[in-house]
Write a protein of this length. Sequence first.
Length: 158
Amino acid sequence: MDRRAGAHGAAVVAGAAGVLTLLTGCAWFGDDGTDSTQVLELSVGDCVVTPDEVQAELTDVTTVACGTAHQMEVYALVPDALDGPETYPGADALAAFADGACAERFADYVGVDYRDSDLFFTYLLPSTRGWSEGDTTVTCLATTTGQPLTASVAGSER
């Protein structure tokens, strides 16, 4: 499900619970040039292939070289969301935080404000369990609703 605000608003990858969430998982190298990367190990600049099935909780994602067709690119990691309160703040509070935090960081990576971009953004949020285990990071991803990306969006001014 996508939630968009205006022509160039934020696209939110959603699962059954309304958000994709982060959990601990495994990582391994694939023979087809893809890596299965633990969501907690994603780095700025990683290019990500959208999972085949919508999932409420992710443990790992498929990453590829940015010259390979992909749908998303990590452009920011925002640690200590909401100043990392001890108790899980809830998906709605985290989504509201991520909307602002990811919008704010978009231009620094892409080179143009998201409202002037042909790209959108989405994010991965910590799950309740992840939060209790110390994961308070929001992962911001640039994405497109059209053709797959075939290069990095860093500095692209798209």
